[in-house]
Structures are given as C-alpha cells and as structure tokens.
Design a protein around this ligand. Structure first.
Ligand code: AMO
Length: 449
C-alpha cells in the first residue's frame, strides 16, 4: 500500500495528514465522539472521530472489532490530561478524516483482549487461525523468532557453516521405533528424526556446521513436552580437545540466546509475565551417577544404576542444583555407552560410559550432544556391536575413512526452549501449528483444488 505510515512511526508525523491501515482493536463510543484503537503489525494508536466530522462519526460507529480499515487522519498531540506516559503513541492520537473499509469481520467468538483472554489450550489450538491475533499468543512466537534468529547469529559469529539437511531419509538416525515411515516410490523411507549423520558428514568437510531443520518423532504418547514435528537447532564442530569444548559452546550459545531474548523481547516477556532462567558464570556439570547419588541423598529415591534420567529425576536434580548454586541450568554427562546411539564417544578411561551430555533447565531437557567417535575403525566396531547393517551407514562411514578431526556437537528443540524460557505449561503453546498424536489440522486441506 503506497503512502502508508506504520503506526509505530506516527509520532514523527505530528501535525501532518497520514494514511494508516490495520485492524480495529478496541472500540469506545462516547456520545458525540467515537474512539477506537487501530492496530497494525508495529503497534496501536487511538483513532478519534470528532463531532465536527459527522459523516466520519457515522462510519466510525458502524465499524466493529477486527474490521480492516484504511484511515486518512491527522496526527495530533493529545491534550496534557490524556497523555499516557510510557505507552507507544500515548502522547498522540489520530483524528480521523476519512475511513475506507477494506474488510468487515464477524463478531469474535471469544474475548481476545489482553486481560480478558482466557482460553483452554484445546480451544485455543482449535481456533489458531483467529487466536494468532491475540497479544499473548503473538508474544510467544516473537520470542521463538528471537531464539531461532539468535541461534543462527551465534553460530555464524563462530564461523559455523549453515547447511540444509534432507527431511526424507533412507534410515533412522537415532535408532528406536519413533519414526514416521513414508512410501517413497515403493521403497521404504523415513521422515528424518535428526540431521545427526548428515551434520557429521558436513562437519568432516566444513569443520564447523549448523542447521535449522524440521525433524519428526513418532512419539506414541501424548505428553506436555513432546511433539511429533519440531524445529531442531543442530551444531557440529571439529578440532575439539574434549567433550567439554562442546559443552562450553552449547553453554555460550544458550547464554547468547538468553541475552538476545532479554534485549529484544522485554515487552513480550512482560506480556507473558515470564522471568528468564538464571545462567551463572559456569554452569554446573555432573555425571549421571553423581546426580543419581544426589537425588538419593536428598529425596531418598534410589535411581542409582538407571540408564537414563526420567522426568522426575530431571525435575529433582534441577531443584537440587538451583538450591546449591542458584543456577537454573545443569549439564549431565556420562551415560551408559550401550544405551545410547552408536556414534557417541566412549570415555577412554571407562568405556562403559560415554561422553554424551544433556543440558537440563527448570526440570526439563533442553539439549543433547557430546563428543562423537571420529576414528573410522572404532566407528565400524560400534556399527557391528550395535548390530547395525553397515551397508545402511556406508555413506556416513565413507567420510570417516578420509581423515576426520576429534569432533562433537549438540541439538536443541526450538519449541522446548521457548516453552521453558517462558514457563509455559505445555509445549503445544510453543508451536504455532503443533503436531501430536491427535492433532494434524484436519480442517486445513486443499482438496477443493
Ligand atoms: P535428542 O533426541 O535428545 O538428540 O534431541 C535433541 C533435542 O531436541 C528436542 N526434542 C524434542 N522436543 C519436542 N518434542 C520431541 N518429541 C523432542 N525430541 C527431541 C529436545 C532435545 O534435547 N542427534 C541428537 C543431538 C546431538 O547429539 O547432536 C538428538 O537428536 O530439546
């Protein structure tokens, strides 16, 4: 739209005639005058129809919430007594000279105002097409945008090369049954669970690489922290001295993301009443066995010897670490080698435990990663030990025949981080169009074409 001024810029046009376009946000009729807020993607402004423009008053009274208008108006300073300090456009208002109706709207099926909005999650998700206009819902995805942008920024600052990993793969990367099978011209294929093997191949040529990709997990259960389709933020780096270099890079990545969210989304955090988690100077790092011992000592719950953490362990260890150090984050490393994927590097001093790690925060896993095996011989031994078919990982193994430095990497789900940063109760709130066992937007199809 030519000549349109964005609402956030109106303050630079005081005394001038401008064109704004957007939605009617809040209406207030007051006797001889009519007021409503206009909203565009940059903010809101109060529009007012004054008694001397009778035709404009008539039209203003006609408009309803969410109608889409093009308004020609005069940017006026508000009278001193009406100034709202600290609010965008709190010092100005738009005197309406002309209204052009671009689109009418049905009455909203529920209250979408900032204070009045209170939908149950299922209703919210069933009504995503409308609810996306609600400020709290928008705030979640604005924060998520910063999370993904700042991951990318931090990677690039650190010379990681961005690549695109395929979504259709011939074999499963992480093992296990949680994969979606697709019929690929009569052959079996899968939606990727992780770009794991590809990122290691790309690293072997580019030294450092990252990807921002959709990955798919056929999670057969319906939990508050699992989706079947997620945005995976993956990184892989060569020339590490030990797995601790990978941990440090993961920690600095998260620290950068937190700083960016704090700097760019303060209004959104306020809207959501969210407090960011505390990351102290050096995030505590404990082995799986150490955290199991701590849980036993503090809560008397004996999970010593378990092969992995369960949600209750994750909650309890985060509580313990918070109490002991003030940190909301904790790294856990050293999982039983044979219980994890074949590519993870076993600790040379006790090979039955590996150099894989998880980052937990506020009771939930944020990230997994660690050191990988870079030696071709050791890798082929693992393929055998894990009873894998070597022909299915031939392309992966190929890269390791030709010189690969000591290396490692990590990945985290954008929805998990968003959920945990904002203290959301359900991961579905952190996915714009969530996919789970029961939800695949059946009402969205284009069979009519
Ligand atoms: P992992 O399987 O632990 O590791 O996944 C990495 C991160 O992805 C997120 N995540 C999920 N989020 C929502 N719903 C799910 N179903 C789901 N599954 C995973 C979590 C998790 O920490 N290849 C390794 C990573 C690596 O070693 O580099 C991997 O995929 O935030």
């Amino acid at each position: 739209m030519k000549n349109r001024i964005y609402i956030k810029d109106l303050k630079d046009h005081i005394g001038k005639e401008v064109v704004v376009a957007g939605w009617v946000d809040v209406r207030r009729d007051q006797g001889k005058m009519a007021f409503f807020d206009m909203r565009d993607m940059t903010g809101k402004v109060q529009a007012v129809a004054l008694p001397n423009h009778t035709d404009v008053i008539e039209k203003s009274k006609e408009v309803r919430l969410e109608w889409v208008l093009k308004i020609t108006g005069l940017v006026n300073k508000r009278p001193e007594r009406n100034i709202k300090a600290g609010v965008l456009n709190g010092e100005i208002e738009l005197e309406i000279l002309n209204i052009e109706i671009l689109s009418e709207a049905l009455p909203l099926p529920f209250d979408m105002s900032l204070d009045g909005y209170n939908l149950e999650l299922t209703t919210e998700l069933d009504n995503r097409a409308i609810v996306l206009r609600q400020p709290k819902v928008q705030a979640v995805f604005k924060v998520q945008e910063t999370v993904i942008d700042s991951f990318r920024e931090f990677m690039k600052k650190n010379m990681f090369f961005e690549f695109q990993a395929p979504a259709i793969t011939p074999a499963t990367a992480e093992g296990g049954a949680e994969v979606f099978q697709v019929d690929y011209f009569g052959k079996k294929a899968y939606l990727t669970q992780s770009p794991q093997l590809y990122k290691q191949i790309v690293m072997s040529a580019f030294e450092r690489c990252f990807s921002v990709n959709k990955v798919f997990r056929a999670e057969p259960s319906s939990t508050t922290r699992h989706l079947t389709e997620i945005v995976s933020l993956d990184a892989e780096m060569g020339f590490i001295d030990s797995w601790m270099d990978v941990r440090d890079m993961a920690e600095e990545t998260v620290r950068y993301i937190l700083k960016q969210v704090e700097a760019k989304n303060s209004e959104h955090l306020k809207t959501l009443n969210a407090t960011l988690p505390v990351m102290i100077d050096k995030t505590p790092t404990l082995s799986l066995r150490e955290i199991q011992q701590k849980i036993f000592e503090k809560y008397g719950r004996d999970v010593r010897g378990e092969k992995d953490t369960n949600p209750e362990d994750e909650r309890q260890i985060c509580e313990i670490i918070k109490e002991e150090t003030g940190s909301d984050f904790v790294f856990v490393y050293g999982y039983p080698t044979r219980k994890k994927p074949f590519y993870i590097y076993p600790n040379p001093e006790e090979p039955e435990y590996n150099e894989g790690m998880d980052l937990l925060c506020r009771g939930v896993e944020w990230l997994s990663g660690g050191r990988r095996i870079n030696d071709y011989k050791q890798l082929t031994e693992h393929v055998e030990l894990w009873k894998m078919d070597p022909s299915k990982v031939k392309m992966f193994l190929e890269a390791f025949k030709y010189g690969v430095p000591p290396e490692g990497g990590f990945a985290f789900g954008a929805e998990r981080i968003t959920m945990q940063l904002l203290g959301l109760k359900n991961i579905r709130e952190a996915s714009m169009f969530p996919r789970d066992m029961n939800r695949i937007d059946e009402k969205l199809n284009s069979d009519g074409y």
